[in-house]
Design a binder for this molecule. Structure first.
Ligand SMILES: Nc1ncnc2c1ncn2[C@@H]1O[C@H](COP(=O)(O)OP(=O)(O)OP(=O)(O)O)[C@@H](O)[C@H]1O
Length: 394
């Protein structure tokens, strides 16, 4: 029997695909009650890690434990973990409701649960539409609905924001935060920090199959000191003067400025004045999470020298080109009734303010006894031959 903590523990997990070291000695812990982002560039090993955690790929070494157990020993996995690895594989001619009913039957929950989860993900109005006609964002919602069928304690989602429009991303954020606030565990992967920055509380950052950082986003921000960006008349003279004053963290930027870390703008200006160097511009730059993420994860693809620098994009319009957009004239007033370009789509409902626990089962529905094993064919997370998502595949 699992320990019911909702904790995910990855210990020294390693996966070698022939010559490819997809995951190398990866360790991290995911706690309940918060949304954890599993972040890293393309090919960093995120999906492989999640697949090992969910029993779909056998680790070369190490373990991935959910509630203190390997996935295969959870007993009733659909009630413990809801997972979406890929929002694909729905039967195109099957309605959303029928797709969910198939899975509901497989894990032993009543048909009525299909409509509950459709409401939860805002697809209530699309229940009778065939999944084949769904947009990518709707498929993401349907995959999430499938993962929610068993009212799981833990949600594991691989790149859940893929294909979602801004409204969908905002909806997902509210939903996942509400789910976590109800004491559950949420682990989501992404290759874009900016995409999940407002959603996650904790992050695990991986690069080249290894953990680069684990902790809160706030702590990560704290690790990055602000910089002073300065445009001097004589770079060499200012750098020498700063070094004389004991300032070592100086970086030459491609645009000719220098970036000085760990000092205030006033100190840099005073040093420049003392050294007789004119300052044409000086600016304090706050910690930039995206830059830190990039520093932590750079090197995933070591570019050969000749490709290291992209050719600069030609910013200037060609001669004779007329700029089409004209700024509004001075004194322009925003018109009453002016609509923002993005409008809420009809048919999407707001997520619940606080995630409601699964409604009591319908009469006749029996919770399996603790520790009971689902029959193999009832396990929607069972090893599949394809690369389909868990709970999202058909
Ligand atoms: N079945 C496989 N056979 C061989 N190599 C694989 C297999 N699955 C993954 N890999 C390799 O392992 C590495 C990690 O891949 P993985 O899909 O886990 O990364 P990821 O972080 O999820 O990337 P992305 O953000 O692009 O989805 C990559 O080099 C990938 O090509």
């Amino acid at each position: 029997m699992h320990d019911g903590t909702g904790r995910i523990v990855v210990q020294n997990l390693t996966k070698q695909f022939g010559p490819v070291a997809a995951v190398q000695n990866l360790s991290f812990t995911v706690e309940p009650g918060s949304v954890t982002g599993f972040l890293g560039p393309n090919g960093a090993g995120k999906t492989t890690t999640l697949r090992m955690l969910l029993g779909l790929v056998t680790p070369t070494a190490g373990t991935g434990l959910i509630n203190g157990r390997p996935f295969a020993q959870l007993g009733n996995p659909a009630r413990v973990v809801g997972a979406v690895l890929e929002a694909q594989g729905f039967h195109p001619k099957r309605t959303a409701r029928n797709h969910l009913r198939v899975y509901a039957a497989a894990i032993g929950v009543p048909d009525s649960r299909a409509d509950q989860v459709l409401q939860l993900v805002g697809l209530g109005a699309a229940a009778d539409r065939n999944a084949g006609g769904f947009s990518l964002g709707m498929k993401q919602r349907l995959a999430l609905a499938t993962a929610l069928l068993g009212d799981p304690q833990i949600l594991v989602l691989d790149e859940p924001a893929n294909g979602l429009d801004p409204e969908g991303i905002a909806w997902l954020r509210t939903f996942l935060q509400s789910y976590a606030r109800s004491g559950r565990t949420v682990l989501i992967s992404s290759h874009l920090l900016a995409e999940v920055e407002q959603t996650v509380d904790q992050v695990v950052i991986v690069s080249r199959g290894q953990t680069m950082y684990q902790g809160s986003l706030d702590q990560l921000r704290g690790r990055q000191q602000g910089r002073v960006l300065v445009q001097p008349s004589d770079t060499g003279a200012l750098v020498a003067a700063l070094r004389e004053d004991g300032v070592a963290a100086i970086e030459q930027l491609p645009d000719g400025r220098i970036a000085v870390t760990g000092v205030a703008a006033k100190q840099v200006a005073d040093t420049a004045l003392k050294a007789g160097v004119s300052v044409y511009g000086i600016q304090e730059e706050k910690a930039d999470l995206e830059r830190l993420f990039f520093q932590l994860t750079s090197g995933q693809y070591a570019a050969p020298g000749q490709y290291a620098q992209p050719v600069a994009y030609q910013q200037q319009p060609p001669p004779g080109y007329q700029q089409q957009y004209q700024a509004p004239p001075q004194g322009y007033q925003q018109q009453p009734g002016y609509q923002q370009p993005y409008q809420q789509q009809p048919g999407y409902q707001q997520p619940p303010q606080d995630y409601q626990h699964y409604q009591p089962p319908a009469p006749g529905y029996e919770t399996p006894p603790p520790g009971s094993q689902q029959p193999a064919q009832d396990n929607p997370y069972g090893r599949q031959s394809g690369q389909d998502g868990l709970g999202g595949g058909a």
